[in-house]
Design a protein around this ligand. Structure first.
Ligand code: AVJ
Length: 329
């Protein structure tokens, strides 16, 4: 965190509590070395979100090509009263991957939660965004937790006992998980929210390949920069020597598996050093950096049922490009 002391003193609101559960460097080193030792090589998508990556992701969200963010925002805005009615008043809302903390603002005024817990891996962004949220909603207690989805919230934090717990998981981040892991994630959410609890979750829906491909190959090149930024991060944090001009962004829709795949392709045969080890690349070989699964409404609901949830409804846009689901116990 780069807050100078006087600035920090003037800008910390009373209704904000910050908890840092971010994985330390050894754990990214282990995951990176394991991923690059695999065939095909892989890197976990959470590595995208360093400070620069979080900025680039925001730039992606502002492009015409990347429809999910604006479509989901439209749905949340138009259906806020109904979604808030499903959530109920006075709940504890817990958001995974909160980022800029913009989407939940559509719901706060009408759902009036008693506490809002924001979890994100990008610490600088989370602290900045939750500070401005806490100032904008002085009646709300804001807790921001720097960590990933596996952070054991319950072990680290005492949540109010009696309030209904609602997880908010917008952005279709669930699409990053393998379907089995997505189902496990929903099971864990179900255990966390308990009796009477629920989840409001944004899910990107299947649609034409052209629309999907363009969304991950925006003409401004932000997605390419976002993908390549992972290598710059490894250069900096794990003393790697990737030459970014010898790797290229690749993103395409895999129809059989209903997912966008993002890769970084080595443009030539080469060896790269990462954390004291050497990895060889054939010309054209890729590092698989992300999957983004696209669901049908029925497919998603049946997964939710397998996880033990009842799906009570889906809000969508006129073109049915994106769905916001309410699942409850
Ligand atoms: C934040 C995971 C939902 O999969 O669409 C955007 C990330 N990757 N462009 C997605 C992303 C490339 C995004 N999620």
């Amino acid at each position: 965190m780069n807050l100078s002391a006087p600035l920090a003193r003037r800008h910390i609101p009373r209704n904000l509590f910050v908890l840092d559960l971010a994985p330390r460097t050894e754990s990214i080193e282990r995951e990176v070395v394991t991923g690059l030792s695999r065939l095909p090589k892989t890197l976990p998508p959470k590595l995208f979100y360093d400070r620069r990556g979080a900025e680039l992701f925001n730039a992606i969200c502002g492009t015409r090509a990347y429809y999910p963010t604006r479509t989901e925002n439209q749905i949340l805005e138009l259906s806020a009263p109904e979604i808030a009615a499903a959530i109920g008043l006075g709940s504890v809302m817990i958001e995974y991957g909160a980022g800029e903390i913009e989407k939940v603002r559509h719901l706060l005024q009408s759902a009036r939660p008693s506490m809002y817990v924001a979890l994100d891996i990008s610490g600088d962004q989370l602290v900045r965004a939750s500070t401005s949220l806490a100032f904008a909603y002085p009646w709300l207690s804001v807790v921001s937790v720097i960590g990933d989805y596996h952070a054991e919230l319950e072990a680290e934090l005492t949540l109010p006992e009696r309030a209904r717990r609602i997880v908010f998981f917008p952005g279709s981040t669930i699409g990053n998980f393998e379907p089995d892991d997505a189902c496990d994630f929903l099971r864990r959410v179900r255990a966390l929210v308990g009796e009477g609890g629920g989840i409001v979750i944004g899910v990107d829906l299947q649609k034409s390949i052209e629309v999907l491909d363009l969304a991950y190959n925006d003409p401004q090149g932000y997605t390419a920069a976002f993908n390549l930024n992972v290598l710059a991060r490894l250069n900096r944090e794990l003393d790697a020597d990737f030459d970014l001009s010898t790797f290229a962004h690749r993103a395409f829709y895999n129809t059989e598996r209903a997912r966008i795949e993002m890769h970084l392709a080595s443009l030539r045969e080469q060896r790269v050093r990462v954390a004291g080890r050497s990895f060889s690349f054939a010309a054209g070989e890729t590092i698989h950096t992300e999957n983004s699964y696209k669901y049908t409404p029925d497919g998603f609901v049946s997964m939710a049922r397998r996880a033990g949830f009842n799906a009570s409804r889906m809000w969508t846009d006129p073109a049915r490009w994106f769905g916001v689901f309410f699942l409850h116990n």
